[in-house]
Design a protein around this ligand. Structure first.
Ligand SMILES: [Zn+2]
Length: 325
């Protein structure tokens, strides 16, 4: 043995204290943005069947729900609306009485230092479930941009701190930036869903947000999961158009893309740990097949290691509790 030369890597793993000393990546409660679903109606708190622990909550019960998140130290939420009425042009997305607008006003009144990220899209409000206006059986890019800009401005008017456009229309950052600036919201940043893949991991979200497309799919606007260079093109144009944050969605199967985006751009990178990534863990945990806490901490840490600064995750409340233990 004495003639063989090798390195002793185990020296730095010898004890808990030693491992803590050399640990490269950490989760903090400040890293998390918690998604919340506001549903129209009264006295409603529906657990989403495919997402145990995630609820659609009506406005009258919403304050209580936000209080819990706030008390756990989570200081940013992203809001999705679930309205009763939908139409061809997604009116509910940009009216003053929209679900996101009302929920935003409530949060900013009750919890002024809670950051509200407004998801800016039309699919929860359109009768056809697509993310824009339909012409000739396809989503019309430029017509949809007008409504998206209107949605962003109405969310800013309601008090949203960050606008997060998610519909993957070309030019959405440019058009929203211009509309916000014209309306006087030059200080409101844009968190762009810059790199959003057409993913099967979104399945449970569509239950939660009631936003399943009624025909076709989203592959003409969301990205092909096989593509990597395309992610850089998408991110590049959004940065040029004025994006302040870049989201990569989904996260877990796309950590290579998170790293690419981190290495190529100097804005905060956000990993969206999507519904399917949540539901798989919950289902396995309910069956006793995995250790939920260890697995969740491992995968969220992997997102940090891949280069994300922030993580949008349905696990935020769970992790906040575990980190405080
Ligand atoms: Zn959408």
């Amino acid at each position: 043995m004495s003639n063989v030369e090798f390195k002793r890597h185990r020296r730095l793993r010898s004890s808990n204290a030693m491992r803590s000393l050399v640990r490269e990546n950490h989760l903090r409660v400040e890293d998390f943005i918690y998604p919340m679903f506001v549903i129209e109606g009264e006295n409603i708190k529906n657990e989403v069947p495919s997402m145990p622990g995630v609820f659609q909550v009506s406005l009258d019960l919403f304050k209580e729900e936000v209080q819990e998140v706030y008390d756990l130290g989570i200081k940013a939420v992203i809001l999705f609306g679930v309205p009763n009425d939908k139409d061809e042009v997604g009116t509910g997305a940009y009216v003053e009485t929209g679900m996101i607008q009302q929920a935003t006003r409530l949060i900013k009144k009750e919890f002024p230092d809670m950051l509200v990220v407004a998801d800016t899209c039309l699919c929860e409000y359109t009768s056809h479930g697509h993310c824009g206006v339909i012409h000739n059986h396809d989503v019309d890019n430029d017509e949809s941009l007008k409504l998206l800009a209107k949605t962003a401005v109405s969310q800013a008017e309601a008090g949203a701190d960050i606008i997060a456009p998610s519909n993957m229309m070309d030019g959405f950052v440019a058009v929203i930036r211009e509309a916000l600036d014209e309306a006087g919201y030059t200080n409101i940043p844009i968190m762009s869903y810059a790199v959003k893949y057409a993913s099967a991991f979104y399945g449970p979200f569509r239950d939660a947000a009631d936003s399943t497309p009624q025909f076709g799919d989203r592959k003409t606007y969301q990205m092909d999961p096989a593509n990597r260079l395309e992610a850089l093109r998408e991110a590049e144009s959004d940065v040029e158009e004025g994006a302040d944050f870049l989201i990569v969605k989904p996260a877990l199967s796309y950590l290579d893309i998170v790293r690419d985006v981190r290495n190529n751009f100097n804005v905060p990178v956000v990993a969206y740990n999507v519904s399917g990534e949540y539901s798989m863990v919950k289902a396995a945990a309910q069956n006793g097949w995995i250790s939920e806490k260890e697995l969740v901490l491992e995968k969220l840490t992997a997102m940090k290691r891949a280069g994300s600064d922030l993580i949008i995750t349905y696990f935020a409340k769970d992790v906040a509790k575990w980190l405080a233990e």
